[in-house]
Design a protein around this ligand. Sequence first.
Ligand code: BMA
Length: 339
Amino acid sequence: MALTVKGNPLPNLPWEEKPAGSSELLWRYSANPIVGWNPTPSTARIYNSAVVPFGSGFAGVFRADHKHGKALLHVGFSQDALRWTIDDAVIRWVDEAGKPYDPNYAYDPRVVKIDDTYYIIWCTDFGGAALGLGMTKDFKTFVRLENPVTPFNRNGVLFPRKVGGKYLLLTRPSDSGHTPFGDIFLSESPDLTYWGRHRRVMTRGGSGWWQATKIGAGPIPIETSEGWLLFYHGVSGTCNGFVYSIGAALLDLENPSKVLYRSRDYLLTPEVSYETTGFVPNVCFPCAVLCDAPSRRFALYYGAADTYSAVAFGKVDEVVSWLKANSEVSPVDAVEWRG
Ligand code: BMA
């Protein structure tokens, strides 16, 4: 049976056909990067950011490293998802009682729409790196919710719907520094406040050395008839520091803690100058994907070299077929693993 993608049509998906003769599964937008150095008066670099369809166009929550060096979140809007107008002012949060909350730092946001609400999850300061969770309905008022995890943790990714009646959250337990380890875990919640039934989903390593040091979930998973398509980053430790590449996995639809297929090889690795040269060289860090469900074409948003925002295009059918033929799943990835 032909693969299907659950989701809405996105006729204004940014798109370029694969270059003639290319065998790439992710091909870079020819006008990358879409956001360059010093994009607003107070910010130096905008990257590792999240975009979603909103109104007749798109909205985004952007990680911006300010000229004082710290990372904070900003909102932005676009009609074509390629040319963005990003606020110079940071997002101002209030908690559920209306009290202002300004995170000490905030980075690597993901955004997902569940029912009529956009949920934002990011790395926040909670006595060390942990995950912050908030919501908005209009990208004007932002309400902070309870922190879903204790320190240290990064790369929080919510599923776009409840599974088995529960919200699902992928996380990556870490340390408070540059973390020389990391596997992907899954937790579930009835209400986005209380989290439990933790499972380990995917481990670093295997014969793919590009993901030997650590892995972390990227964009919100795409729901297909064959499983949840998850793009993730994999990190290799080299003499010259970490190298961040992009891989993919297909997770079981009803029990996403089980990995069905997982890429032994990366799909995209730092090769071009805006990925290999910048504030932190050799980083491709995916945080968002837009997908047109009927055509199953997608645009993947990734941060490049901790400096630029970039886009790559692909087709879900091609990635899933390739995954099936080029998969390497470790024994603990293939089962529901609770240790
Ligand atoms: C990770 C995160 C990312 C960053 C990456 C490479 O630990 O801080 O925001 O892109 O390192 O520097």
